[in-house]
Design a protein around this ligand. Structure first.
Ligand code: 1GP
Length: 245
């Protein structure tokens, strides 16, 4: 079974939690122990990516450390063709659909596709859309942000992603967002598509994570909270329990 098939199968049974680790935010060894804790807490996959990366080596070393410490699938969440790693299991082969820069929509993909082919990592086709406030990803991605209350546009993007044949749809408010994607937007998007809906950006506690899952998220992503948290195991276990309920 491929990782894509596994995610689709598991997300039909319960809302999943993915942990996002940014190689730029900690040393590889620390990322490795965070991944171990994420696995022990019940997270289903480790995403690796960030908007401020500088080299492929940075990604390689972090992915290797994670693989040494955890059996969870490692899925790259790249900001460009340079940030791929042959040590990962899969890559979100994602198009930033609301970017004004064609690089993030398709051109980086043209550069990175041969690497994906030769390394054998599994591409998971994903439509990626950033909602206000967008944070660093919104700025670096040169994004025409979807307005916080513009549900119609969000639904349009989600349907377009599905009709283009993408395997999943990621709607996010940007890492560290003070306000996550609204429950109303999540519910409307979920009602209209039948591919897994991934929600992230600004989810820092169990209550919010539960709300997003109840509204319709198939997968809830947390990143910043992992970096901030001293008692990671306890906090993460609470968030994961909340999304699964
Ligand atoms: C970023 O949605 C993710 O792509 C994670 O956001 O860092 O706010 O958890 P946070």
């Amino acid at each position: 079974m491929t990782i894509t098939e596994d995610i689709i199968r598991m997300s039909k049974k319960k809302t999943l939690h993915f942990s996002l680790l940014d190689p730029d935010k900690q040393k590889p060894g620390v990322a490795g122990s965070m991944a171990k804790t994420a696995e022990e807490s019940g997270s289903s996959a480790i995403m690796v990516g960030g908007s401020t990366l500088v080299s492929q080596e940075q990604v390689d070393e972090t992915v290797k450390a994670i693989k040494e410490n955890s059996a969870l699938p490692v899925i790259l969440f790249p900001s460009g063709a340079k940030f791929l790693s042959k040590y990962a299991d899969a890559v979100f082969f994602m198009s930033l659909l609301n970017s004004r820069n064609l690089g993030y929509v398709i051109r980086e993909h043209v550069k990175g596709a041969p690497f994906v082919k030769h390394s054998g990592i599994e591409p998971i086709s994903m439509g990626y859309v950033i909602v206000e406030p967008g944070m660093t990803a919104g700025k670096k991605g040169e994004v025409d942000l979807v307005k916080h209350d513009d549900i119609e546009t969000a639904v349009g993007y989600a349907l377009a992603a599905q009709y283009l044949g993408m395997s999943c749809f990621y709607l996010e408010a940007g890492s560290g967002a003070p306000e996550p994607v609204s429950n109303e937007m999540i519910a409307a998007v979920k009602k209209n598509i039948n591919i897994p809906l991934i929600i992230g950006g600004g989810i820092r506690d169990a209550k919010t994570a539960r709300e997003k899952a109840k509204a319709g998220a198939d997968i809830v992503v947390t990143g910043t909270k992992l970096e901030e948290e001293k008692n990671l195991k306890k906090t993460l276990a609470e968030i994961i329990k909340a999304v699964e309920e």
